[in-house]
Design a protein around this ligand. Structure first.
Ligand SMILES: Cc1cc2nc3c(=O)[nH]c(=O)nc-3n(C[C@H](O)[C@H](O)[C@H](O)COP(=O)(O)O)c2cc1C
Length: 243
């Protein structure tokens, strides 16, 4: 809870400053801001708007989707990371704050984290990042490349650490059990499946590949990533260019 309060305070304070600066700035200024984002832990980064163009049909994405376990060490563009985050939890209806995936009672118990290396994504430093759906922001949780540690927590599935990004999908059950009781846990887990498939299909549409990992030690993963204990990790999804 303390973490959440702190994060909210940070986003509404420094965050609004960063957003304003980002929107008002010219390209060189934006590059400078991105550079400063790279310097400090706890940085807030306004993500670019999501464009609606895709390279392949939904049918093609479904047909060619496979769990991939071998990745090139090739850097992703910020736009690719942005589209992946948006597909997982992005706001798709601003007037009602509805999101890319369905959610029982529109209570949205899920959080999306991504674990990056130093050369994983342009303008992004190594670290663990949290996606703030409503503000379309990325906030840095920790500032180290933790992909090896995440793979170790996932029962030493070392192939995962080769992927530029590991998305971690978590559920905070209290947001949904407050209305639905124990059944809310089931609803949140179903929601994780929707997020997973959106990530898979978006990766395909971007010329990337994804994997999916359910075998991991929950507590070890929470400790490694330094995320709140109330955020139960349900899936890890490595994403990058297939080797
Ligand atoms: C909930 C879930 C957990 C999974 N966990 C792992 C895992 O820990 N490691 C792994 O290599 N694959 C994992 N997989 C991937 C499956 O092995 C894979 O989806 C299956 O072999 C079918 O292949 P495809 O995804 O390429 O169609 C998981 C898949 C699901 C849906």
């Amino acid at each position: 809870m303390a973490f959440k309060k702190e994060r909210r305070k940070f986003v509404t304070g420094l965050g609004s400053w960063a957003v304003g600066l980002w929107l008002a700035s010219s390209r060189p200024q934006r590059q400078a801001l991105a550079q400063s984002n790279k310097q400090c832990k706890g940085a807030v980064m306004k993500l670019p708007p999501v464009t609606m163009e895709g390279m392949i049909s939904v049918e093609q994405a479904i047909k060619q989707r496979r769990t991939v376990r071998s990745y090139k060490p090739k850097m992703l563009h910020l736009e690719q990371l942005t589209k992946l985050l948006w597909s997982a939890q992005g706001v798709t209806d601003e007037s009602r704050f509805k999101r890319a995936v369905p959610s029982a009672g529109a209570l949205y118990p899920m959080d999306i984290y991504t674990v990056a290396g130093q050369d994983s994504v342009e303008q992004i430093n190594a670290g663990v990042y949290h996606y703030e759906s409503k503000k379309h922001l990325l906030t840095q949780v920790t500032a180290q490349d933790l992909r090896d540690e995440v793979a170790k927590a996932a029962l030493f599935q070392t192939w995962m650490a080769e992927a530029p990004l590991n998305f971690v999908i978590t559920a905070e059950y209290s947001r949904v059990t407050s209305k639905y009781g124990k059944r809310g846990v089931r609803y949140a887990r179903i929601e994780a499946g929707h997020i997973g498939q959106n990530l898979f299909l978006q990766a395909e549409a971007l010329g990337l590949k994804a994997g999916i990992v359910g075998a991991f030690h929950d507590k070890k993963l929470i400790d490694v990533m330094k995320i709140p204990r109330t955020h139960e990790p349900l899936l890890i999804m490595p994403v990058g260019y297939a080797a």
